[in-house]
Structure formats: C-alpha cells, structure tokens
Design a protein around this ligand. Structure first.
Ligand code: NAI
Ligand code: MG
Length: 353
C-alpha cells in the first residue's frame, strides 16, 4: 500500500508539530508494510500575505488526487483570523464535502488533567462539519452607525444531519453503544427540533445503540462531572467545536486532542490537531506534538491501516509514562522533538519485539 499525503504545516506551532509527526508516521507506515509519499505545500498565513489567498484556487483538486491531508494550524497576529480560517480550513471542509469531524478524547496514564473526574474518559465527538452556524449565511449592515448589526444564520439540513447521525451511530456500535445527541432544541425551536426528529429516525435503524438527547448546557456540566460515562456525542458544528475544547482539557489540554475531517463516502480525509497556531509559544520548540501525532494515527485508521494507527497510539502511551518527556503544557520541561523522539523509539521497540 502506498499512501499519498498532502502536508500543510501552516503557521505558528503548525510547522513544529507537523515536522515532529512526519517521521513518526513514516516509521509506522514502514512497520506495517506501507509506503508514505508526502507532498508539502506552503498554504497558510504567509502565502496569504504574499498572494492575497492562503491557498491556490485548485487546492481542493490537488487534495482530491491524494489519499489524505495532514494539517498543522493556521493563524497569525498580522492577518484577521476569519480570513485564514475561511480561506483555508473551512473552505477545504466545504469544497471536499468533509461531512463529519471526529474528535476522540481519552485520558492517558501519567498525564494530569485539571479536571479531577477525568481518569477513565474515552469519548468521541462526532461533529457535523459543513453547515450549522458556520455556513457564512448572513450579513453586516449600517456599518459604523448606531444601528449597526450583524446577522449570522444557522442552517440545518436533513442530508447533513442524517449523514452525521449515521456516522455517530455506526461509531457507537463499534464502541460502547451510546449516543448522546447534543442540541439546544428547547430554545432554538426550528433547526434543533429538526435534529431531534431526524436523529430519532436514524436511531430506529440502530436498535443496539442507545440514544439520549442532552441539551448542550447540561452536557457542558456533565463533561466535567461524569465524563467517563460518555461514549459518542453527536453535535452540530458550533456545539462540537466548543465541546471539543472542553473535552481536550479532560485529556490534559489542547496539545492532546486530535481530529479527523472525513466524508462518509470516499474523498481524502483531512487530519489535524484541534488546536490553533498557538502564537504565545510558537518558535520555542515546546509545543506538544501529541495532538498532531494522534491525528496522523487517525489518518491510518481512515486509509485502511488501523494497525499503524494503533502502533502510534501505543507508542504515545508508552512515551507519556515517562514524565521527563512531558512538554510544558503537561507540566514538564520536555520539548516537541524530545517527545516525538521518545514516541519513535517506543515504536521501534515494538517493531523489534
Ligand atoms: P490555540 O489553540 O492556538 O491556543 C490556545 C492555548 O492552547 C494557548 O495557550 C496555546 O499555547 C495552547 N496550545 C495550543 N496548542 C498547543 C500545543 N500543541 N502544545 C501546547 N500548548 C498548546 O488557540 P487561540 O490562541 O485561540 O488561537 C491562536 C490562533 O490559531 C488564532 O489565529 C486562531 O484563529 C487560530 N486557530 C486556528 C485553528 C486551525 O487552524 N484549525 C483552530 C483554532 C485556532
Ligand atoms: Mg475550535
């Protein structure tokens, strides 16, 4: 098997965590008899400043001729955030129709969380990834006047809800058989009641999976109080975005949470840490590469080589047992390259046993 990967390091800590991850995924591919061809592209903030756009017009086309994308992060202080987020990551999700965003979060032995109930957490956020509150429908008017206003329209469609729901139920069927449907249908009575109805229909196709509707505010509390009871959380675009950062804290912080943007059909998936470009720590070599390495593991799951994904996850677990590998976000004094090197040596020990 030959995997053709597009690498988008991006801005800030993006290039640091991607550079640490590439050798890890190369090793894992080799170990499992696969080859990995990497095409690195310069898409991101610097290109935006140079050319007026963070990626070329034919970006989606280029990606479609590959098997997967590994993406670091975008965002730099001298470019408005929405220009890069809309010009690159949201654009790719929409153009490639990457319908679902998977955000698994688990607690790790020897990795502390500020949330005392976190041990035993193993949950998966399945987030609708193309619409909801992030379609860009709306407008601004009366700029600079007293009556200035902005309208942001949430869009919820049957096809998008159905495919996200089906994905969540299938995943739950392979996990612990529980879906929590996260909405706010008590207060938002058009879009989210549609979610309630459609998800109930899909649930009927999966009798072995239990489904519980939970309002998003109650879910925020439950994720802190009893996170280990949660299995799959089915969320709209906005709620999944917010709850994933909350969930990351259960795992030890933003440096620990990976994600996969996938389409239930074919198309290449896009794999990325959920964190941003972290300008506050960029350039110091101390960003935690775990989220990016775990995103690489999810890439293997998606291209049909889950054993390589498991090898990476196991090697990360081993490396994290030694606190001297922990980066400062985990309370340690380790470095990006040091943690990645420890993961590689754990991988190579597995290969030799
Ligand atoms: P952020 O995720 O970049 O940083 C939040 C906090 O988490 C910071 O204190 C940072 O130091 C820490 N952090 C993040 N990643 C870390 C890692 N790997 N290791 C250790 N600590 C880490 O979010 P923030 O500060 O809101 O945004 C910074 C920039 O990133 C903005 O320009 C924003 O638009 C962009 N952004 C881009 C995303 C993407 O490319 N997918 C996602 C989120 C934000
Ligand atoms: Mg987010």
């Amino acid at each position: 098997m030959q995997i053709r990967l597009v690498s988008i390091p991006g801005d800030g800590v993006g290039p640091e965590v991607v550079a640490a991850t590439l050798p890890v995924i190369q090793d894992a591919a080799l170990m499992h008899g696969a080859g990995l061809d990497v095409l690195e592209v310069d898409w991101g903030g610097e290109r935006h400043l140079r050319t007026g756009a963070p990626m070329p017009d034919d970006a989606a086309e280029l990606v479609r001729s590959h098997d997967a994308v590994l993406f670091g992060a975008v965002g730099r202080p001298d470019v408005p955030d929405h220009e890069l987020v809309w010009g690159l990551i949201i654009a790719l999700r929409q153009q490639l129709d990457l319908a679902v965003n998977l955000r698994p979060v688990r607690s790790w032995e020897n990795v502390p969380s500020v949330v005392t109930s976190a041990p035993g957490t193993d949950l998966l956020i399945v987030r609708e990834n193309t619409e909801g509150e992030y379609t860009g429908v709306g407008g601004r008017t009366h700029r600079g006047r007293e009556a200035e206003l902005g309208i942001e329209v949430a869009v919820h469609s049957r096809p998008a809800i159905e495919r996200a729901a089906r994905y969540a139920f299938e995943q739950a069927g392979r996990r612990r058989g529980q879906v929590a449907l996260v909405t706010k249908s008590n207060a938002m009575r058009h879009g989210y009641t549609l979610w309630d109805e459609i998800v109930a229909e899909v649930a009927a196709e999966f009798p072995a999976v239990e489904c519980q509707p939970v309002l998003v505010d109650a879910m925020a509390a439950q994720m802190i109080q009893r996170p280990a009871e949660l299995d799959v959380l089915l969320c709209s675009n906005l709620f999944g975005d917010i709850l994933a950062d909350l969930a990351a804290v259960l795992a030890g912080g933003m440096g620990m949470a990976p994600s996969a943007n996938v389409s239930p059909a074919t198309t290449p998936g896009l794999f990325e840490p959920i964190h941003g470009s972290a300008p506050d720590i960029a350039g110091q070599g101390i960003a935690n590469p775990t989220a990016c390495m775990l995103s690489g593991a999810m890439m293997f799951d998606h291209v049909g080589l889950p054993a390589a994904g498991d090898s990476i996850r196991n090697a990360i677990a081993v490396a994290l047992l030694d606190s001297s590998n922990h980066t400062p976000d985990l309370g340690g004094t380790g470095t990006t390259d040091g943690l990645a090197a420890a993961v590689r040596s754990a991988l190579n020990r597995e290969r030799n046993t």
